[in-house]
Design a protein around this ligand. Structure first.
Ligand code: C2E
Ligand code: MG
Ligand code: MG
Length: 645
């Protein structure tokens, strides 16, 4: 848009009415026709050829007139308020009786600081210096001496209004540029925040905001690098895992489970902060590996002993009971620790060893700290060996079953034999199921193994039933792992095995542990129902070792509960465990379930269990697990049980 297309607003403040008329003549084109405009232009611009038309960008004006300073001031304020400020004002110096020119200008600039002002003075008025001295600036200010030259007036009006318009345009442009700058700065800031957030998220765990595996691995790699350069430098890795966290999740819900993890993360970080000064470590990184697994990197330890002490303190700090949403939760946490060694070349190696130490710590009884050492290293190697050799165990006939009688505590009769598998390894000797069943579960061998055990136990019972028709009531109890319960064809397989061996459903009991139930309660419940519908007895093994044991009994169908030997071992007359056993006894009989006590090792325990009306028992005092031949002899009555002695 051309600057001159809009008429420029001009204000004249002068008490002399004849001057008003003169300004009107010079500045208002409406009052002149185009011919006279040319004439006027010719008047102002000597060079203008009157034969030609006026220049296309000739400024046109919109003129307002005021006789007093105050009146002019009102007009300026109104123009600003309407958003149509004057481009310039001609202000007379002397305007009695009101404000003089200078006072007027002061007011005008108050209302519109960028107003271009031309002071109209006589020679006798103030000098320029005096004017500037009074008004305090030269900017936006010009002096026009009377008597006026028409061209000068026109040129001043044109120049000053255009100047203001150009300044205004520049201001707008500058404002726009500033706004663009501001927006850019904001966008850059927002992008930086987003990038930082992304970087942070990539290296931290979403739930607890602790460093994640990636960040931990980076820091661990730095520690290893440092250890290579400085042989005295010591670092350690703690692998922590909540014991039975799955039970918390399953019984109290995932929200509480999440809260628990956040709380543990905070305790971990808090414990490390207080350790800082105590152990003078360079750095410690607590990290979450996922699930309920945490890792702490202890960087720059003084001694190996410090690592053990620090680990124990962290363990104790985290394992304090806490309340979440009204639930009192006791956090039991197991810790495995590995000290940096020169032979470690990548972070995964030390993490693997700390994890193995954790595994060991859980295996020997949970809620403790265990250091990775040569024994564990050997166990890890054994496990690797077991895992690879186990596949050959069945085809090479290295498995065999032992049988441990389960005896009625009221009639002293053998009710069942629990089949307990053994592996006769050609080089490692007899290996206990506690060692190889978990490996079999991990590698999937458990399915073949479980089928073999079931068939073998049923065939054995068939032989005994044939040999001792009077022992027709004796059943066989077979341990079944969670993985087997997940096999949809399991009931069909059992049905077929019973058929092949000519046994009835009641001749077989399967024993499942509580941990099996936690994994997938609904599927397991359906599986147990189908087994029961075959007439097979379903027994809950190792009862009391789980977290919220009793809750399963409401939902799941059992024929008998086997009380874990830990209760029997700790049972004392009038003691807490005896009370628990009695409570289980009452609750079980209400639900028509039998109670079998495991691990009876002493006559006192036997007597006490009999007094508690416990149905059946099993344990070394009655008989150790024996091979098929010895069990056969028991049934033949050749070898009386301790109970009947
Ligand atoms: P479990 O089912 O609780 O079996 C009882 C375990 O306690 C047996 O250990 C038995 O030898 C032991 N025991 C019996 N009486 C006493 C006693 O008075 N005192 C003590 N201290 N221990 C006693 P075992 O044979 O080493 O079996 C360990 C676990 O391995 C079994 O615990 C069972 O869960 C599992 N297992 C055994 N055979 C099989 C199998 O064929 N399949 C599966 N999936 N698991 C099996
Ligand atoms: Mg068992
Ligand atoms: Mg048991």
């Amino acid at each position: 848009m051309s600057i001159a297309t809009q008429p420029q607003r001009v204000l004249v403040i002068d008490d002399d009415q004849t001057l008003h008329e003169a300004f009107r003549n010079v500045l208002t084109p409406l009052r002149i026709d185009s011919g006279s405009l040319d004439a006027m232009a010719a008047d102002f611009f000597d060079e203008v050829d009157s034969a030609k038309s006026a220049p296309a960008d000739l400024t046109t004006f919109e003129l307002d007139l005021a006789s007093q300073g105050q009146e002019g001031w009102e007009l300026v304020k109104a123009a600003v308020a309407q958003g149509r400020p004057y481009g310039m004002a001609f202000v007379d110096m002397r305007m009695p009786p009101g404000w003089d020119g200078l006072e007027t200008i002061e007011h005008l600039w108050e209302a519109d600081p960028d107003l271009e002002v031309v002071i109209c003075t006589a020679f006798s008025d103030h000098s320029w210096d005096q004017i500037v001295g009074r008004l305090g600036r030269t900017h936006h200010l010009l002096l026009l001496r009377k008597p006026f030259d028409k061209a000068e007036v026109w040129q001043l009006a044109s120049a000053q209004t255009r100047k203001r318009q150009a300044e205004h345009a520049a201001q707008l442009r500058q404002g726009e540029l500033e706004a663009i700058n501001q927006r850019l700065a904001e966008e850059i800031a927002a992008r930086t925040v987003a990038e930082d957030r992304l970087k942070h998220d990539a290296l931290h765990d979403g739930l607890t905001d602790l460093p994640n595996r990636l960040l931990l691995t980076e820091r661990l790699a730095r520690c290893m690098e440092r250890a290579r350069r400085h042989p005295d430098y010591l670092y350690a890795v703690l692998f922590l895992d909540l014991d039975d966290f799955k039970l918390v999740n399953d019984s109290l819900g995932h929200t509480i489970g999440d809260h628990l993890l956040i709380e543990v993360a905070q305790r971990l970080a808090g414990a490390l902060r207080t350790l800082d000064t105590a152990s003078r470590m360079d750095d410690q990184t607590p990290a979450r590996m996922g699930g309920d697994e945490f890792v702490v990197l202890l960087d720059g330890l003084n001694t190996a002993g410090d690592a053990q002490r620090v680990a124990q303190r962290i363990h104790d700090a985290v394992a304090q009971p806490l309340t979440i949403a009204g639930y009192e939760i006791t956090v039991s946490i197991s810790v495995g620790m590995a000290l940096g060694r020169p032979e470690y070349s990548v972070p995964d190696e030390i993490l693997r060893d700390a994890d193995a130490a954790l595994y060991h710590s859980k295996a020997i009884g949970k809620s403790r700290v265990h250091l990775f050492d040569d024994t564990i290293r050997q166990q890890v190697l054994d496990r690797v060996r077991i895992s690879s050799d186990l596949r050959k165990a069945i085809p090479q006939h290295q498995l065999r079953l032992l049988y441990q009688p389960i005896v009625s505590l009221s009639t002293n009769r053998i009710e069942s034999f629990e089949a307990l598998v053994r592996w006769e390894h050609p080089e490692l000797g007899t290996i206990s199921p506690a060692q190889f069943i978990p490996v079999a579960e991990d590698t999937g061998v458990i399915h073949e193994l479980g089928k073999w055990v079931l068939r073998e136990a049923c065939q054995q019972l068939r032989i005994w039933h044939d040999a001792f028709p009077a022992a027709g009531h004796v059943s066989v109890s077979v341990n079944v792992s969670t993985k087997q319960l997940a096999w949809a064809e399991f009931p069909t397989f059992i049905q077929q095995t019973l058929k092949d061996t000519g046994l009835a459903g009641r001749d077989l009991n399967i024993e499942v542990t509580e941990s099996a139930l936690i994994e997938n309660s609904e599927l397991v419940r359906q599986m147990l129902q189908s087994l029961r519908s075959l007439g097979v007895g379903v027994h809950l093994d190792d009862f009391g070792t789980g977290y919220s044991s009793l809750s399963y009994l409401h939902q799941l169908p059992f024929d008998a509960i086997k009380i874990d030997r830990a209760f029997v071992r700790d049972m004392k007359l009038d003691g807490e465990h005896a009370n628990i056993i009695q409570a289980i006894q009452v609750m079980a009989s209400n639900r028509h379930m039998a109670v079998i006590a495991e691990g009876i090792e002493k006559i006192e325990q036997l007597v006490q269990l009999q007094a508690l009306d416990c149905n059946s028992g099993q344990g070394y005092y009655l008989s150790r697990p024996v091979d098929g031949k010895a069990a056969h002899a028991m049934l033949a009555g050749d070898r009386p049980l301790a109970l009947s002695a």
